[in-house]
Every structure is written in structure tokens, then in C-alpha cells.
Design a protein around this ligand. Structure first.
Ligand code: DX5
Ligand code: ZN
Length: 217
């Protein structure tokens, strides 16, 4: 899968200057931008929606990695794809069988991701684990940036990394920082989502380079 990549999470940006923030992380060497979509039901918070994804799409060629924290993701995947999402991740907790929705996301032309929260066991992925282009292992309860990393994610990453014949990339999200990036990469993460650890710094290039260095050492 190559060297792990840091995917800055826009949730931690200065939303008064979204265009500048997107251009700054792109100039800082990011290749993927993570976009957190919340509905106030699946998670106890609201964030951005389709219009912001569409606006970001017009600003950048970054890969747009859209994380849907929604009770009813099926209702919205087409709109996010049309807005410019390159990958769309949905949560196993609301999908007893995620296979039809993953298949639909792929037919819309996006990569299809499947995510699970820290308390959710790997078994909850069911047979959909073999249909996903990406598995997003949450290392915090979703809803808010700036929480601390739950090491249960490391065990899940390692178990998913070691599944014979796996066809997915591994992504980890929540509390990824200079201390936790290395262990995540060692456990098999290909994509490291980092909100606070990137946008909380002054120099995004230094932040991304430092996280990448930890992930590659
Ligand atoms: C949590 C979101 C994350 C969040 C991570 O609900 O899914 O993507 O932005 O933020 P940090 O990196 O600050 O933990
Ligand atoms: Zn996220």
C-alpha cells in the first residue's frame, strides 16, 4: 500500500477562511483531504454538508475523502458524489448489511469505505469487509475533534491488516498526533486522519511532514 499518508481533517480548520485553509494544506504537501459530515443523530454534533463539499471541490484537486456520520447515509451518497467526493465512507453501526450501499457508492464512481466506532467489534463489519475499498477504524467516538486516541484502534488495525487476501486500505481517525501516528502506521494504517494535529499548528507543512516522519519511522 506504500507509505502512509496524512489526511488533514477540515473539521479543525478556521471555517472563516476555508479556501485559504484548503490551499494551505495542499501547498503543505497533503494529497487527501478528510471531510466530516455529521447529522446531529448518529453523532451529537453538526458539521458541514453538501454545499461545502461542492465549494471545496472547486478549490482543489486534493482527493476528497468524505466521512458520513449519518443515521441514513443511503439517502445522501449520490449528492455527496455529485458534489465531488472521491471516496465515501459509511458506518457499520447503521448498516446491518453494508454491501448494497458500498456497491452503490462504487457504481457512482467513488471509492467505498466502511467505518466502525471504538466499541463496535470487527464482527459488525460482516461480509461487507470483503466489499470495501477502505476500512476506517475510529480511534475516538465520532462527533468532535480534539479527543484522545483510544488504543483499541491499534488492535483492530492489526487484525484487519493481517486478514489474508484483503482488498481494502486502512484508515484511522481520531486523536492522531505526533505520539500516535507511528503506532497507527506500525499497525497497518495507510491513511492517518489528523485534524487538531495539523490545523492546530501554525506551520502546516511542518505538521504534515512531522506526522509523516513519525508514520514512516
Ligand atoms: C471525529 C471526526 C474526525 C476528527 C478528528 O468525529 O471523524 O475526523 O476531525 O479530529 P482530531 O484529529 O482532532 O482528533
Ligand atoms: Zn472523520
Amino acid at each position: 500500500a506504500g507509505a502512509p499518508q496524512v489526511a488533514p481533517s477540515l473539521l479543525a480548520c478556521d471555517f472563516g477562511h476555508v479556501a485559504d485553509e484548503v490551499r494551505r494544506v495542499e501547498a503543505a504537501g497533503a494529497t487527501v483531504l478528510h471531510l466530516d459530515i455529521m447529522d446531529g443523530h448518529f453523532v451529537p454534533n453538526l458539521s458541514i454538508g453538501v454545499p461545502v463539499v461542492r465549494a471545496v471541490r472547486k478549490l482543489t484537486d486534493l482527493v476528497l475523502d468524505v466521512h458520513l456520520m449519518l443515521d441514513n447515509p443511503a439517502e445522501y451518497v449520490q449528492a455527496f458524489r455529485e458534489a465531488g467526493a472521491d471516496s465515501i465512507t459509511v458506518h457499520a453501526e447503521v448498516l446491518p448489511d453494508a454491501r448494497p450501499l458500498l456497491d452503490r457508492i462504487r457504481r457512482l464512481g467513488a471509492a467505498a469505505g466502511l467505518s466502525l466506532n471504538p466499541p463496535t467489534p470487527l464482527e459488525a463489519l460482516g461480509p461487507a469487509v470483503d466489499e470495501a475499498d477502505m476500512i476506517l477504524v475510529m480511534s475516538v467516538m465520532p462527533g468532535f475533534g480534539g479527543q484522545s486516541f483510544d488504543p483499541v484502534a491499534l488492535e483492530k488495525l492489526a487484525a484487519l491488516r493481517d486478514r489474508p487476501g484483503r482488498g481494502y486500505l486502512l484508515e484511522v481517525d481520531g486523536g492522531v498526533n505526533d505520539e500516535t501516528a507511528g503506532p497507527c502506521a506500525a499497525a497497518g494504517a495507510d491513511l492517518l486522519v489528523a485534524g487538531t494535529a495539523v490545523f492546530g499548528g501554525d506551520d502546516y507543512q511542518e505538521r504534515i511532514a512531522t506526522l509523516n516522519a513519525h508514520a514512516r519511522s
